[in-house]
Design a protein around this ligand. Structure first.
Ligand SMILES: Cc1cc2nc3c(=O)[nH]c(=O)nc-3n(C[C@H](O)[C@H](O)[C@H](O)COP(=O)(O)O)c2cc1C
Length: 209
């Protein structure tokens, strides 16, 4: 069976995805349409042995600001400890993130990974890495779909700071075995859609035998 779009058409669409930091609190597509994008992604994205360890959370509207306030309560003192210049740089970014329309959180279920390890013992040592791979695949699909739908989005990892992941888990009230992998902020674009940044020469990144 062939698809009714060409490989290059699909890549052209995928190429539209960029890191967009200027985001508005509005969204030209409805919450239901955003939810549909997440459901579609979950309905077909690949995972090793089809074990499906990825979990998603959708946050929209007023909850976006409350969510970022919960992150900031933990992150701000840590960032200030690194130096006031760090907070001077990061503070405005927090305000921008709070002013976006929503977030998609990408989690992995550690219980799901443990079950996969028991079920496929020969590959047990690979399942944490496999989970990262499938999580990244979900991330790129959702990020691209939201931007093709006309929104902008940027990917964050505030859980790198100690205590932030616990605060996020508490805010979302998710099962204890869920581990946060990435966080996509999104909203209508409040800036020009950025160009593709410069990439390495193919001679450095592509081997053709
Ligand atoms: C695995 C991964 C982690 C990233 N983490 C962050 C992040 O924590 N904060 C951020 O602002 N951007 C993050 N980015 C976005 C990259 O900086 C961005 O994709 C890159 O500069 C290329 O720009 P583009 O997204 O417009 O193509 C991340 C991207 C990837 C793929």
């Amino acid at each position: 069976m062939t698809s009714n779009i060409t490989a290059l058409q699909w890549l052209e669409a995928a190429k539209h995805r960029r890191s967009v930091y200027g985001l508005a609190s509005t969204s030209k597509i409805s919450k239901e349409e955003i939810q549909k994008i997440l459901e579609e992604t979950l309905s077909f994205a690949p995972s090793s042995y089809n074990t499906q360890p990825t979990r998603l959370t959708l946050i929209t509207g007023e909850k976006q600001r409350e969510f970022w306030n919960a992150i900031q309560a933990v992150a701000e003192p840590i960032l200030r400890d690194f130096g006031e210049s760090v907070w001077a740089q990061m503070g405005p970014r927090f305000e921008a993130f709070k002013g976006a329309h929503g977030s998609v959180l990408f989690w992995e279920s550690e219980d799901s990974i443990k079950m996969s390890q028991q079920f496929h013992p020969a590959a047990a040592h690979m399942f944490n890495e496999f989970s990262d791979h499938t999580n990244g695949m979900h991330q790129i699909l959702v990020w691209t779909a939201l931007e093709i739908a006309g929104l902008g989005a940027n990917l964050q990892h505030m859980q790198a700071l100690p205590g932030v992941e616990d605060a996020i888990k508490k805010f979302c009230d998710v099962p204890n075995d869920w581990k946060l992998k990435a966080h996509l902020n999104f909203g209508d674009e409040a800036q020009e859609h950025p160009p593709v940044p410069q990439k390495l020469e193919y001679s450095k990144t592509l081997q053709v035998l």
